[in-house]
Design a binder for this molecule. Structure first.
Ligand SMILES: Cc1cc2nc3c(=O)[nH]c(=O)nc-3n(C[C@H](O)[C@H](O)[C@H](O)COP(=O)(O)O)c2cc1C
Length: 326
């Protein structure tokens, strides 16, 4: 099915669809449980893992997930067993997936990010993984807990140190936070520091209060909003980067669009805004067949129009003034 093929730099994907980090664990277990392994594998272009840190992390106090009318609030707090455990116990299971593996990495200091990247670049591991996705939405412990991604200088510092410590065969993707005024500033900083691609968006900061107890519902009080409510924010941010950053417009720096994708139309919106691939997270909790459904819908759309998905990237930018016949 060549019409759905796409590429992130030199990484060929048979489908533009990816899991969004943190929503399908570190691999096999959730997918096997839902018994959608085979079909899901056929619909995905790549598997993105949940965030990994250098040391194990217990995560935030419960409650960690709250459902809202238009999406999900979460404050998981990057619970994971550390990079060593991941490489030894979880990564081998992911190989059964026979998909490119992108490992999402997090840290509390720039040095921690670099150490995870360095560990993943060792010996056999760098042959197995295709990419590292840097989650810059983590709190910067050295700077009082403000997210790294809110400050372009910090984004530059992290991406530079990850780049220095990553095997050149591994693709570096920087995942941006929407909790900024101008997304193009951290995007440019990441590009100047040597990222190969960008992904956007992570969750939008939010909170919910129980009016019966007068207390915040999340154990951590605040969290990140995902799901349908944030899709217009994500589409806008992809659009702005594609439009204003020449490296994105020229496709030298591909964008992975993420946020609120719940059906094939949503996925196409991201592609027309300028995304080369699309990540799906929260919708998978609702519909275990989401990837198959989106792939079928996109396939029918491109077949009907006799185009390849890659020809639709950034299509909305041609529509200045008039609607175009696509
Ligand atoms: C439960 C949960 C855990 C997440 N964990 C991570 C993570 O570890 N690293 C990361 O970069 N993003 C993480 N995210 C953000 C998602 O990858 C994605 O950017 C966001 O949820 C928006 O996409 P969606 O609306 O399709 O879920 C998490 C999201 C959720 C809902």
């Amino acid at each position: 099915m060549k019409e759905l093929e796409t590429t992130i730099k030199n990484l060929k994907l048979k489908s533009p669809l990816m899991t969004a980090s943190g929503t399908s664990g570190h691999g096999g277990e959730e997918i096997d449980r839902l018994q959608v392994n085979r079909k899901m594998k056929a619909s995905l272009g790549a598997f993105v893992t949940k965030g990994i840190t250098i040391e194990p992390r217990e995560g935030n106090p419960e409650v960690r997930i709250v459902e809202t009318r238009t999406g999900l609030l979460n404050s998981i707090g990057l619970q994971n067993q550390g990079v060593e455990f991941f490489v030894q116990n979880e990564l081998p299971g992911l190989l059964n997936f026979e998909l490119p593996i992108i490992v999402n990495i997090s840290g509390s200091t720039a040095e921690e990010y670099a150490r995870v990247a360095s560990y993943l670049s060792e010996n056999d591991t760098c042959e197995i993984i295709s990419g590292i996705e840097i989650n810059v939405s983590c709190p910067n412990i050295e700077k009082g807990g403000v997210a790294f991604g809110a400050d372009p200088r910090e984004v530059r510092r992290i991406v530079t140190s990850v780049r220095r410590n990553t095997d050149p065969r591994i693709l570096i993707i920087t995942k941006l936070t929407p909790n900024v005024t101008d997304i193009t500033l951290p995007a440019r900083a990441a590009i100047e520091a040597g990222t190969d691609a960008l992904s956007m968006i992570n969750t939008v900061r939010g909170m919910a209060i129980d009016v019966d107890t007068c207390r915040p519902l999340l154990g951590n009080k605040t969290g990140g909003l995902s799901g349908p409510a944030i899709k217009p924010v994500g589409v806008l941010m992809v659009y702005e980067c594609f439009r204003n950053i020449p490296e994105c417009y020229n496709r030298d720096i591909p964008i992975i669009g993420i946020g609120g994708v719940s059906n094939w139309r949503d996925a196409l919106e991201y592609i027309m805004a300028g995304a080369t691939a699309v990540g799906v997270g929260t919708a998978w909790f609702v519909n275990p067949h989401i990837f198959t459904d989106i792939r079928s819908g996109m396939r029918a759309y491109v077949k009907k129009r006799g185009v390849r998905i890659s020809e639709l990237i950034g299509k909305a930018h041609e529509a200045e003034g008039d609607s175009v016949n696509c």
